[in-house]
Design a binder for this molecule. Sequence first.
Ligand SMILES: Nc1ncnc2c1ncn2[C@@H]1O[C@H](COP(=O)(O)OP(=O)(O)OP(=O)(O)O)[C@@H](O)[C@H]1O
Ligand SMILES: [Mg+2]
Length: 408
Amino acid sequence: MEDTELESEQVEEEAIPSIVADRIQTLEARNAQLLEELRRAESERRFVESELIRLQKEIKRLRVELDRLKTPPLIVGTVKDLLEDGRVVVRSTTGPDFIVFAADFIEKNELKIGSRVALNKQSLSVISVLPGSKDTLVANAEVMEKPDVTYDDIGGLQDQILEMKETVEFPLTKPEFFREVGIEPPRGILLIGPPGTGKTLLAKAVANKTNATFIHIVGSELVQKYIGEGSRIVRELFDMAREKSPSIVFIDEIDAIGAKRLEIATSGDREVQRTLMQLLAELDGFDPIGEVKIIAATNRVDILDDALLRPGRFDRIIEIPIPSREARVKIFEIHTRKMSLDKGIDYELLADRTPDATGADIKAICMEAGMFAIRDERKKIKFVDFEQAIAKILEEDAGKSDTGAMFA
Ligand SMILES: Nc1ncnc2c1ncn2[C@@H]1O[C@H](COP(=O)(O)OP(=O)(O)OP(=O)(O)O)[C@@H](O)[C@H]1O
Ligand SMILES: [Mg+2]
């Protein structure tokens, strides 16, 4: 009995390890499997976590973007005055002046009278100082390429050309002469004369001769819709001229802003007057040796304000007359230079036939003569074409009795 028990125990003892080993093996396999799963889950978690972070960042970015889009716009204003207590007088383009506070983080030395600033919409307090900007009009006024007009393209006007050379060209090209001789070169000149006599042409020719920056603006461009805009543009224009000196500021058709100031004026007139006053101030404020020259031109000197004409504003007033007979011959030559003319066209005769014609008239006559030749399918322009052109162009001018006779 004991034996059999012992035997069976022995059997059991032998059987147990194999079962256990089996069990262990499966458990180990399972363990490995679970470990593998754990690793996978772990890496999945990491991935999800990083994805979460990414998405959170995205949300934050979108929130910021959304906030930015929702922030009310800032108003652009100009500093008019700085008060002792740290407050600032600003003017926005929308109307009256305001006394406001400036944000603490603005450097005090950045805030100057005249600087452009951004204002909070509600409190109008100064949020930041903007970099000074040039009006697009002013930026575009700078002529990048030199005008291609030279003195040779101007007929007659010899005295005027000489005067322009002395007043504008030499002070810019040979300033030392003036210094040595000890005279102040003239600052500005005003060209006056009837339409089409070559005022604009002359200004361009001078600009061509010097290496100065040529800034060209037409008076009517300075007439602006909003109060204070015109004078601001004048100021910016002259700032640019000083910055880019040596330079020539050419204000064509100055009568648009330089007309006589009247007692009774509409608000529009007053704005134009303000622009004129700014211009006068700029003309006065120039250091004469400074390398900025001003040329202005007008064909309506009769309506110009006396303040512009008084001595000291424009140092010289140069009158451009209707061309003389001699000048007309020259102008005919200039404008027919590139034309294919019949032999023996007599410029003297053409000049005789065109009394009172301006340079612009003569230019038109030459072009018209070419058109008559083309109409006739000719390659050469004949004298008769000129006769016809003269009749056509000068017909509009009242009291030309000889034009009718030409056709007869
Ligand atoms: N003296 C001249 N010699 C050659 N061409 C001339 C002369 N005067 C005028 N012209 C011609 O006439 C055109 C018009 O001249 P310009 O623009 O200089 O006139 P303006 O005096 O400025 O007239 P406005 O007062 O109307 O502005 C010029 O492009 C030029 O071709
Ligand atoms: Mg002109």
